[in-house]
Ligand binder design. Sequence first.
Ligand SMILES: *[C@@H]1O[C@H](CO)[C@@H](O)[C@H](O)[C@H]1NC(C)=O
Ligand SMILES: *[C@@H]1O[C@H](CO)[C@@H](O)[C@H](O)[C@H]1NC(C)=O
Ligand SMILES: *[C@@H]1O[C@H](CO)[C@@H](O)[C@H](O)[C@H]1NC(C)=O
Ligand SMILES: [Cu+2]
Ligand SMILES: [Zn+2]
Length: 173
Amino acid sequence: MNRMIIILLGIVVATIAEQKTAHVHLVPNNIKTRNVTGELTLIQNKDNSIQITGQVHGLTEGLHGIHVHEKGDLRDGCMSTGPHFNPENVTHGGQDSPVRHVGDLGNIEANKNGDADVNIKDFIISFTGKNNIIGRAIVVHSGEDDLGKGNTTLSASTGNSGDRWACGIIEAE
Ligand SMILES: *[C@@H]1O[C@H](CO)[C@@H](O)[C@H](O)[C@H]1NC(C)=O
Ligand SMILES: *[C@@H]1O[C@H](CO)[C@@H](O)[C@H](O)[C@H]1NC(C)=O
Ligand SMILES: *[C@@H]1O[C@H](CO)[C@@H](O)[C@H](O)[C@H]1NC(C)=O
Ligand SMILES: [Cu+2]
Ligand SMILES: [Zn+2]
Protein backbone atom coordinates (compact mmCIF):
# COMPACT_ATOMS: atom_id res chain seq x y z
CA MET A 1 0.00 0.00 0.00
CA ASN A 2 2.69 2.48 1.06
CA ARG A 3 4.83 1.56 -1.92
CA MET A 4 1.86 2.26 -4.24
CA ILE A 5 1.43 5.76 -2.77
CA ILE A 6 5.15 6.48 -3.14
CA ILE A 7 5.08 5.39 -6.78
CA LEU A 8 2.02 7.57 -7.51
CA LEU A 9 3.63 10.54 -5.75
CA GLY A 10 6.76 10.01 -7.85
CA ILE A 11 4.71 10.11 -11.06
CA VAL A 12 2.94 13.33 -9.95
CA VAL A 13 6.25 15.04 -9.09
CA ALA A 14 7.85 13.93 -12.39
CA THR A 15 4.88 15.30 -14.36
CA ILE A 16 4.99 18.68 -12.59
CA ALA A 17 8.76 18.93 -13.01
CA GLU A 18 8.53 18.38 -16.76
CA GLN A 19 8.82 21.70 -18.59
CA LYS A 20 5.77 22.48 -20.72
CA THR A 21 5.78 26.19 -21.52
CA ALA A 22 8.32 28.95 -22.17
CA HIS A 23 8.23 32.59 -23.23
CA VAL A 24 10.42 34.89 -25.32
CA HIS A 25 10.30 38.69 -25.12
CA LEU A 26 12.00 39.88 -28.31
CA VAL A 27 13.87 43.18 -28.07
CA PRO A 28 15.61 45.14 -30.85
CA ASN A 29 19.35 44.53 -31.36
CA ASN A 30 19.67 48.27 -32.00
CA ILE A 31 16.48 50.29 -31.66
CA LYS A 32 18.01 53.14 -33.73
CA THR A 33 18.65 50.83 -36.68
CA ARG A 34 15.46 48.81 -36.55
CA ASN A 35 12.76 48.69 -33.88
CA VAL A 36 11.83 45.01 -34.07
CA THR A 37 9.90 43.66 -31.08
CA GLY A 38 7.76 40.63 -30.32
CA GLU A 39 6.34 38.11 -27.91
CA LEU A 40 6.53 34.36 -28.42
CA THR A 41 5.06 31.46 -26.48
CA LEU A 42 6.57 27.99 -26.72
CA ILE A 43 4.46 25.00 -25.74
CA GLN A 44 5.40 21.35 -25.66
CA ASN A 45 2.73 19.39 -27.53
CA LYS A 46 1.56 15.92 -26.50
CA ASP A 47 3.60 14.46 -29.37
CA ASN A 48 6.67 16.17 -27.79
CA SER A 49 7.02 18.66 -30.64
CA ILE A 50 7.41 22.32 -29.67
CA GLN A 51 4.87 24.86 -30.95
CA ILE A 52 5.99 28.48 -31.19
CA THR A 53 3.26 31.10 -31.54
CA GLY A 54 3.14 34.86 -31.24
CA GLN A 55 3.79 38.10 -33.11
CA VAL A 56 6.80 40.04 -34.30
CA HIS A 57 6.54 43.74 -35.20
CA GLY A 58 8.69 46.30 -37.00
CA LEU A 59 9.94 44.04 -39.82
CA THR A 60 10.09 44.69 -43.56
CA GLU A 61 7.53 42.90 -45.72
CA GLY A 62 8.61 39.36 -46.59
CA LEU A 63 10.59 36.47 -45.13
CA HIS A 64 12.92 36.71 -42.15
CA GLY A 65 15.15 33.97 -40.78
CA ILE A 66 14.41 32.81 -37.22
CA HIS A 67 16.72 30.58 -35.19
CA VAL A 68 17.56 29.38 -31.73
CA HIS A 69 21.04 30.69 -31.01
CA GLU A 70 23.38 29.03 -28.55
CA LYS A 71 23.59 31.48 -25.66
CA GLY A 72 20.95 33.26 -23.62
CA ASP A 73 23.25 36.27 -23.30
CA LEU A 74 22.12 39.73 -24.44
CA ARG A 75 24.94 41.74 -22.85
CA ASP A 76 26.16 42.77 -26.32
CA GLY A 77 22.66 42.83 -27.80
CA CYS A 78 21.91 39.95 -30.15
CA MET A 79 25.61 39.54 -31.00
CA SER A 80 26.34 37.80 -27.67
CA THR A 81 23.82 35.03 -28.37
CA GLY A 82 26.54 33.24 -30.35
CA PRO A 83 25.97 31.06 -33.42
CA HIS A 84 22.93 28.91 -34.21
CA PHE A 85 22.36 26.26 -31.53
CA ASN A 86 24.22 23.33 -33.10
CA PRO A 87 25.15 20.57 -30.61
CA GLU A 88 25.87 18.08 -33.43
CA ASN A 89 28.30 20.46 -35.19
CA VAL A 90 26.69 20.02 -38.61
CA THR A 91 25.83 22.43 -41.45
CA HIS A 92 22.90 24.84 -41.60
CA GLY A 93 19.53 23.85 -43.03
CA GLY A 94 15.80 24.34 -42.73
CA GLN A 95 13.31 22.65 -40.43
CA ASP A 96 12.78 19.75 -42.84
CA SER A 97 16.36 19.38 -44.06
CA PRO A 98 17.98 15.97 -43.43
CA VAL A 99 20.96 17.89 -42.00
CA ARG A 100 20.30 21.01 -39.94
CA HIS A 101 21.32 22.85 -36.81
CA VAL A 102 18.99 22.05 -33.92
CA GLY A 103 18.22 25.79 -33.85
CA ASP A 104 17.20 26.09 -37.51
CA LEU A 105 13.54 27.15 -37.62
CA GLY A 106 13.30 28.56 -41.16
CA ASN A 107 11.53 31.86 -41.80
CA ILE A 108 8.64 33.95 -40.57
CA GLU A 109 6.73 36.17 -43.00
CA ALA A 110 5.82 39.79 -42.32
CA ASN A 111 2.95 41.63 -44.02
CA LYS A 112 3.04 45.15 -45.51
CA ASN A 113 2.83 46.63 -42.01
CA GLY A 114 5.90 44.68 -40.90
CA ASP A 115 3.93 42.39 -38.62
CA ALA A 116 4.47 38.64 -38.64
CA ASP A 117 2.20 36.03 -37.11
CA VAL A 118 4.39 33.20 -35.89
CA ASN A 119 3.18 29.60 -35.84
CA ILE A 120 6.05 27.12 -36.02
CA LYS A 121 5.92 23.45 -35.05
CA ASP A 122 9.22 21.67 -34.64
CA PHE A 123 10.18 18.13 -33.67
CA ILE A 124 13.91 18.73 -33.12
CA ILE A 125 14.07 21.48 -30.52
CA SER A 126 13.14 20.30 -27.03
CA PHE A 127 12.65 21.38 -23.43
CA THR A 128 14.79 18.48 -22.18
CA GLY A 129 17.94 16.57 -23.05
CA LYS A 130 20.72 17.54 -25.44
CA ASN A 131 18.44 19.63 -27.68
CA ASN A 132 17.08 21.64 -24.73
CA ILE A 133 16.56 25.25 -25.79
CA ILE A 134 15.55 26.67 -22.37
CA GLY A 135 17.94 29.49 -21.41
CA ARG A 136 19.14 29.94 -25.00
CA ALA A 137 17.95 32.74 -27.35
CA ILE A 138 15.68 33.23 -30.33
CA VAL A 139 16.98 35.63 -33.00
CA VAL A 140 15.02 37.21 -35.87
CA HIS A 141 17.03 38.38 -38.87
CA SER A 142 16.92 41.18 -41.46
CA GLY A 143 16.71 38.81 -44.43
CA GLU A 144 15.44 35.51 -45.70
CA ASP A 145 17.07 32.29 -44.55
CA ASP A 146 18.00 30.31 -47.70
CA LEU A 147 17.75 27.06 -45.64
CA GLY A 148 21.27 26.08 -46.64
CA LYS A 149 20.39 25.95 -50.35
CA GLY A 150 22.03 29.22 -51.37
CA ASN A 151 25.23 29.68 -53.33
CA THR A 152 27.05 31.93 -50.84
CA THR A 153 29.59 30.67 -48.30
CA LEU A 154 27.32 31.92 -45.49
CA SER A 155 24.53 29.63 -46.67
CA ALA A 156 26.07 26.61 -44.92
CA SER A 157 26.50 28.39 -41.58
CA THR A 158 23.68 30.94 -41.25
CA GLY A 159 21.44 30.61 -44.31
CA ASN A 160 22.75 34.05 -45.26
CA SER A 161 19.85 35.60 -43.38
CA GLY A 162 21.57 38.92 -42.73
CA ASP A 163 21.71 41.08 -39.62
CA ARG A 164 20.32 40.23 -36.21
CA TRP A 165 17.35 42.53 -35.77
CA ALA A 166 15.77 41.22 -32.57
CA CYS A 167 16.39 38.58 -29.92
CA GLY A 168 15.15 37.30 -26.59
CA ILE A 169 15.98 34.65 -24.02
CA ILE A 170 13.85 31.49 -23.93
CA GLU A 171 12.54 31.60 -20.37
CA ALA A 172 10.76 28.69 -18.72
CA GLU A 173 7.43 29.56 -17.16
C1 LIG B 1 9.10 50.25 -30.99
O1 LIG B 1 8.05 49.39 -31.34
C2 LIG B 1 7.15 49.12 -30.29
C3 LIG B 1 6.15 48.07 -30.73
O2 LIG B 1 5.68 48.28 -32.02
C4 LIG B 1 6.50 50.41 -29.83
O3 LIG B 1 5.63 50.15 -28.75
C5 LIG B 1 7.58 51.39 -29.40
O4 LIG B 1 6.99 52.62 -29.07
C6 LIG B 1 8.60 51.58 -30.52
N1 LIG B 1 9.72 52.38 -30.01
C7 LIG B 1 10.26 53.37 -30.72
C8 LIG B 1 11.39 54.10 -30.09
O5 LIG B 1 9.87 53.66 -31.85
C1 LIG C 1 32.95 21.07 -36.26
O1 LIG C 1 33.02 20.74 -37.63
C2 LIG C 1 33.96 21.50 -38.33
C3 LIG C 1 33.80 21.24 -39.81
O2 LIG C 1 33.48 19.91 -40.07
C4 LIG C 1 35.34 21.16 -37.80
O3 LIG C 1 36.32 21.91 -38.49
C5 LIG C 1 35.40 21.50 -36.31
O4 LIG C 1 36.62 21.12 -35.77
C6 LIG C 1 34.26 20.79 -35.57
N1 LIG C 1 34.23 21.28 -34.19
C7 LIG C 1 34.03 20.47 -33.17
C8 LIG C 1 33.96 21.11 -31.82
O5 LIG C 1 33.91 19.27 -33.28
C1 LIG D 1 23.50 32.83 -56.71
O1 LIG D 1 22.13 32.96 -56.37
C2 LIG D 1 21.59 34.20 -56.73
C3 LIG D 1 20.19 34.27 -56.14
O2 LIG D 1 19.54 33.06 -56.17
C4 LIG D 1 21.62 34.34 -58.24
O3 LIG D 1 21.08 35.58 -58.61
C5 LIG D 1 23.07 34.24 -58.71
O4 LIG D 1 23.13 34.25 -60.12
C6 LIG D 1 23.72 32.97 -58.20
N1 LIG D 1 25.15 33.01 -58.49
C7 LIG D 1 25.82 31.96 -58.93
C8 LIG D 1 27.27 32.15 -59.14
O5 LIG D 1 25.27 30.87 -59.15
CU1 LIG E 1 19.89 33.45 -36.35
ZN1 LIG F 1 21.56 27.25 -38.66
